[in-house]
Design a protein around this ligand. Structure first.
Ligand code: CO8
Length: 261
């Protein structure tokens, strides 16, 4: 198993639990974490024994309380641009990952932490979670895609309010506005994320991958182009053994055995 300094990675039943593991600084994203996350997604999590990923934060207080403010404070403009682009690259890698990525938001989910969660495919929050983009309070703007992904998820008005005020919202409000999919108790957080991941893993993996691509790519296209993409992905699915197995299993009234082929 790959060794990381800032992450803990556990794989069980094809579900990888990735814990951002610097609880003393509320799992703030420093350069090392960003590099290790990128390495994890490009290498270990891309391997075949991983079918789904859950991202969470170590400790009881935080998912991720933002980018590391001590590192940000020392940036000159060119370094800041490079750092912002590094974050965009990582978050695009996560958003476009071919396997489902679930954010298990266990507490403060602020700034870069909120942006990380926004790049995940699904967000489940513990009741104690507080979610926001407080960058303006530091004289900054969100720099890891928050100004773009938040309005796409919750609409322009709510996103503007959160980004301009810098105020966090509760887990319950986040659920109401569609920022998180569901709120659960802290003790149920990881088990519920595992259940969700296991449910997705029971489906045809090539179909799941195509759904991620259709939703992600289609949202940035005009509708007619996006529906053409859907038709292409649909027809590709019809070339898979999994599609034959899934439809045959339904007709035979049994559970399908998908092989990812
Ligand atoms: N960066 C560095 N250290 C942090 C961070 C952070 N984001 N958040 C918390 N810590 C550290 C604290 O400094 C403290 O360390 P120490 O014990 O050494 O003083 C430790 O974590 C515990 O934190 P607190 O004592 O502050 O805990 P509280 O329970 O009192 O408060 C809060 C919790 C409210 C979450 C508080 O810690 C806080 O406000 N943190 C900062 C939140 C924030 O502003 N986040 C946004 C950061 S900016 C950002 O994310 C930009 C992303 C885009 C970057 C683009 C690249 C160029």
């Amino acid at each position: 198993m790959a060794e990381f300094r800032t992450l803990k990675l556990e794989i069980e039943d094809r579900i990888a639990l990735v814990t951002l593991n610097q609880p003393k600084v509320l799992n703030a994203l420093n350069q090392a974490t960003m590099e290790e996350l990128e390495e994890a997604f490009l290498e270990r999590l891309a391997q075949d024994d991983v079918g789904a990923v859950i991202l969470t934060g170590a400790g009881e207080k935080a998912f991720v309380a933002g980018a590391d403010i001590k590192e940000l404070a020392a940036l000159d403009p060119l370094e800041a641009r490079a750092k912002s682009r590094q974050g965009h690259r990582l978050l695009e890698l996560i958003e476009g990952f071919s396997k489902p990525v679930i954010a298990a938001i266990n507490g403060f989910c602020l700034g870069g932490g909120c942006e990380l969660a926004l790049a995940c495919h699904i967000r489940i929050a513990a009741e104690s979670a507080q979610i926001g983009l407080p960058e303006v309070k530091l004289g900054l703007i969100p720099g890891y895609g928050g100004t773009q992904r938040l309005p796409r998820l919750v609409g322009k008005g709510k996103a503007m309010e959160m980004i301009l005020s810098g105020e966090s919202i509760s887990a319950q409000e986040a659920e109401r506005v569609g920022l998180v999919n569901r709120v659960v108790s802290r003790k149920d957080l990881i088990p519920r994320c595992r259940e969700l991941a296991a449910g997705i893993l029971a489906n045809g993996p090539l179909a799941v991958r195509s759904c991620i691509e259709a939703v992600n790519s289609g949202l940035d296209m005009p509708l007619q182009e996006a529906t053409r993409l859907e038709a292409s992905l649909f027809s590709l699915c019809c070339a898979t053994e999994d599609m034959k197995e899934g439809t045959r299993a339904f007709i035979d009234k049994r559970k399908p055995q998908f092989k990812g082929r």
